[in-house]
Design a protein around this ligand. Sequence first.
Ligand SMILES: C[S@@+](CC[C@H](N)C(=O)[O-])C[C@H]1O[C@@H](n2cnc3c(N)ncnc32)[C@H](O)[C@@H]1O
Length: 385
Amino acid sequence: MKKLSEKIRGEIAIHGTITCARFLELALYCPDTGFYERDDDTVGRRGDFYTSVSVGRAFGELLAFQIADWMQEFAGGRTAKERGAGQDSTRGIPSGAGIKYQIIEAGAHQGQLPLDILTWLRRRRPELYEQVEYWIIEPSLRRRQWQRESLEEFSSKVHWADSLAALSRTRPGITGVIFANELLDAMPCHRFGWDARRGVWFEWGVTWQDERFSWARRPEADLKAGIPGGFSSALLEVLPDGFTTEICPLAEQWWSQAAGILQRGKLLTFDYGLEHEEFFAPHRAQGTLRAYRKHRLCTDILALPGEQDITAHVNFSQLRKAGEAAGLGTEKLATQAQFLTSLAGRFWEAPLRNGPWTPQQSREFQTLIHPQHLGRAFQVLLQAR
Ligand SMILES: C[S@@+](CC[C@H](N)C(=O)[O-])C[C@H]1O[C@@H](n2cnc3c(N)ncnc32)[C@H](O)[C@@H]1O
């Protein structure tokens, strides 16, 4: 990835120290050379990190079941919970050929999650399948091509938009579900440090020094992303010098925008994340930004841009507030283990209707909910209108 390093160095040479967000934008999303633009596998066993999707089909099937149940709820029918074990009913889902609901996913990467969801819906809820259209929000042409290839058999069902704004021009007022798995924790964030002596925040930027990328303080006058807020003066008094944290305006904007276009339905995300106050625990004094390569945590986040994944925890308190400000109600903020366990309980109540659960799926489920695998690391925020 020499070309990408040279590009970043070129920007630093022209503009001086760049923000962490700009560094991440290039390292992760630079056309052709960014980490998420690479043609080889970056997610899954052969890649650099696992996601719940790459663990296997269980995640997508449970999610498809949940989405189907929500659609039933929107139509005024009974949910799986209300129907009780083993009963088969499609009552309440409007009939007819017309499309009634949208399923909107962002960050679909190679298209595996839409494939798992659509395959399950077509097989297990054929009447509902006829009434949904699936939208993928995908700004990258290259990733869109990967997704088209994965979803070839669903080509009449799946549509693409390059942003939520573009989607809302085509489909004003969404009824359905907008969701993402590990989208917001992959968005470029800003990084701040606390100067205890002067009692001010400063922004960490990235520069090129001694033949490597390194962290450097940016001039105060250039503070563009605002500064970390929501601290009591008592907390600031005891915050150690150099205490570091991140803020991600892009994630908050994305959530507000998604909330704004949702006319009726659910907004859901699975991400690495914390509530606001948890960011200030003493063991997080270096912040939450980190890099993974070949399933290992890397010590130098700035080394090898384009060759390692870089992620930071999402601030769920801010997202929750942003959704509520747009008129949504918060239904759940839970660990992935809590969310999926309750979902699986309902799924298993009706094996004839929902499909048998194989030993392979049980193993996948264990990985998804195990506290030392993905169960506790990921949190789920669910809001609704
Ligand atoms: C950590 S990966 C998760 C991939 C997939 N959802 C999964 O769980 O395996 C994050 C994905 O989000 C995509 N992404 C980042 N920003 C995006 C945006 N604004 N809109 C849509 N996708 C985006 C990245 O390109 C990448 O494919």
